[in-house]
Design a protein around this ligand. Structure first.
Ligand code: CP
Ligand code: NVA
Length: 303
């Protein structure tokens, strides 16, 4: 991870270890020590889609590192009226020191990063959500002290979360199974890239056997609202509920990137089970891990 974080392909195992050590440091010392890696730096946060966690954790994170976060609603930018990604990258590189961007097309952020002379961090596209999965892996390691665990993702196997989680399994050697219907099966190319760490299985009851972690995501991701009825019908047998969780390992933990839809991808009794559900620790870790990502990138550039 030198300048950009566009997918988890941008980080290697040694960098992940360094990142998690820094994340732990930020988490343990929050509010105690002044870390000034972003002092005097302005970071643009461009959002083309809704956000609660990502926006707030990045705004607070930039501020805590001594920097100045600028929230930019892309529909109010000229980008939203047809100015090219390339011209936007050139202009913003003259004002800002870094860009965090949530948008639809992965190709757009790849182009933004190619043209921009400043770091670009992917805050979610239709295809990937690397910052989320870094926080998830950190959370698993906090709970289990190791990533030598079995994590089963149940639901939309073609989502940005499933794609990034597969890359996360490859990065760490974590064993992962995706349980999804054929219509929402994981990308064959990413499955091949992440073999032998990731497998696909249509039957959630079979997949979940021995799972230490069960992860799900919404059935209707942002940008896919027109497919809502079809998705809800096809994915209905993939709800994470107490009956399914009973087939997992003893002490299984439940993960969800949030926002959650109780009664759809997860039942309320799983989501709200304080012994099983670790979703708020997971959400909190977004802040600590993203501070570590930004610090590492700016420390690397300063070398
Ligand atoms: N998990 C996540 O990225 O949440 P937001 O959409 O609220 O940012
Ligand atoms: N797959 C979801 C993730 C939200 C954080 C979406 O893209 O809407």
């Amino acid at each position: 991870m030198y300048k950009d974080l566009l997918t988890l392909r941008d980080i290697n195992a040694a960098e992940l270890e360094e990142l998690f050590a820094l994340t732990t440091y930020f988490k343990q010392n929050r509010g105690k020590v002044g870390c000034t890696d972003l002092k005097g730096k302005s970071i643009g946060l461009i959002f083309a889609k809704s956000s609660t966690r990502t926006r707030v954790s990045f705004e607070v994170g930039v501020h805590e590192l001594g920097g100045n976060p600028l929230y930019l609603d892309s529909t109010k930018m000229q980008l939203g009226r047809g100015e090219t990604v390339s011209d936007t990258a050139n202009v913003l590189s003259r004002y800002l020191h870094g860009i965090v961007i949530r948008t639809f097309s992965q190709a757009d952020i790849e182009e933004l990063a190619r043209v921009a002379t400043i770091p670009v961090i992917n805050a979610l596209t239709d295809d990937y959500h690397p910052c989320q999965i870094l926080a998830d892996l950190f959370t698993i390691k906090e709970y289990s002290k190791t990533l030598d665990v079995k994590c089963v993702f149940v639901g939309d196997g073609a989502s940005n979360i499933a794609n990034s989680l597969m890359l996360g399994a490859k990065l760490t050697g974590m064993k992962m199974v995706i349980a999804s219907p054929k219509e929402y099966a994981p990308s064959a190319a990413i499955l091949k890239e992440c073999a032998p760490y990731v497998e696909w299985c249509e039957d959630p009851a079979e997949a979940i056997k021995g799972a230490n972690y069960v992860y799900t995501d919404v059935w209707v991701s942002m940008g896919f609202e027109e497919e809502r009825a079809k998705r809800l019908a096809t994915l209905a047998p993939y709800q994470v509920n107490k009956a399914l969780m009973a087939l997992a390992a003893k002490d299984v933990k439940f993960l969800h990137c949030l926002p959650a839809h109780r009664g759809e991808e997860v039942s309320a009794d799983v989501m709200d089970d304080s012994n099983m559900s670790i979703v708020f620790d997971e959400a909190e870790n977004r802040l600590h891990v993203q501070k570590a990502v930004m610090s590492m990138i700016f420390r690397n550039l300063a070398k």
